[in-house]
Design a protein around this ligand. Structure first.
Ligand code: MN
Length: 249
């Protein structure tokens, strides 16, 4: 028997949707095997050969200075993100032991919760790093821009709503611009912790981490200033690629 999660469908079934249904379109997934080591594309999922893996940053630790400081990026990636990867693997292994009859099934719920938390954290961080670039362009273009204007009236207004939603996340969580899989329209929402995404099945396109570990060293308690700085680093090319993948183009 293959390990649980060894295929994408099982992976989604195991982790639950709010978790990871959002990772990829089918098309993007089909491209994944050839691009697995290149995280500068929308199909990278940080899961190789049955294990969650920490992707390398697509830029140097200090590349986002001065808006995002090297110390924060280093700790955030090497310690926090790495811990989610380790936690996801540990939970997945426990669930496999249950599946194999080596561990009592009563351990299912806490381990599913652990997997949901850690794998969701891993997935969102993987998107977060690629959502930023040291060389951002002015704004979104093409079909993404058209979709933003259709929904929000203008790019500026979308950004205003995104900032407000992100700053307004209660406690630790994320601001997310994503594609609602039902209406196929863009939505902005929040996620508490990692796994509690407000729109079921949402495909995240642009995510901003507002856990304090993302900004406390540099911005202290000023989450709004951090979100402002994050918006100056947005890799719109990456967000555009994710949008095209999400709508199956
Ligand atoms: Mn984080």
């Amino acid at each position: 028997m293959k390990p649980l999660g060894s295929t994408r469908r099982e992976f989604i079934a195991v982790t639950g949707m709010a978790t990871l249904g959002f990772l990829l379109s089918e098309k993007a997934h089909s491209q994944q095997s050839t691009k697995i080591n290149n995280m500068n594309n929308a199909s990278y999922i940080g899961y190789v050969d049955g294990k969650y893996v920490l992707p390398p940053l697509p830029y140097a630790y200090d590349a986002l200075e001065p808006l995002m400081d090297e110390a924060t990026v280093r700790l955030h990636h090497d310690k926090h993100h790495a811990a989610y990867v380790a936690g996801a693997n540990a939970a997945a292994e426990k669930l496999q032991e249950i599946a194999d009859g080596k561990l009592d099934a009563s351990a299912t719920t806490p381990n599913v919760r652990n997997l949901s938390f850690h794998a969701s954290g891993h997935a969102l961080h993987t998107i977060f790093w690629t959502n930023m670039t040291p060389t951002p362009k002015a704004g979104p273009e093409g079909p993404l821009k058209e979709a933003i204007i259709k929904k929000f009236g203008s790019v500026d207004n979308m950004i205003k709503v995104f900032k407000a939603a992100t700053i307004g996340v209660e406690g630790s969580g994320w601001g997310i611009l994503g594609l609602d899989p039902i209406s196929k329209t863009l939505v902005i929402c929040g996620a508490e912790k990692h796994q509690n995404i407000e729109i079921p099945g949402l495909v995240p396109l642009l995510v901003c981490d507002v856990w304090e570990h993302a900004y406390y060293l540099k911005h202290q308690n000023n989450r709004a200033a951090f979100v402002e700085d994050f918006m100056k680093l947005v890799n719109w090319d990456d967000v555009e690629q994710r949008y095209l993948a999400a709508i199956g183009k």
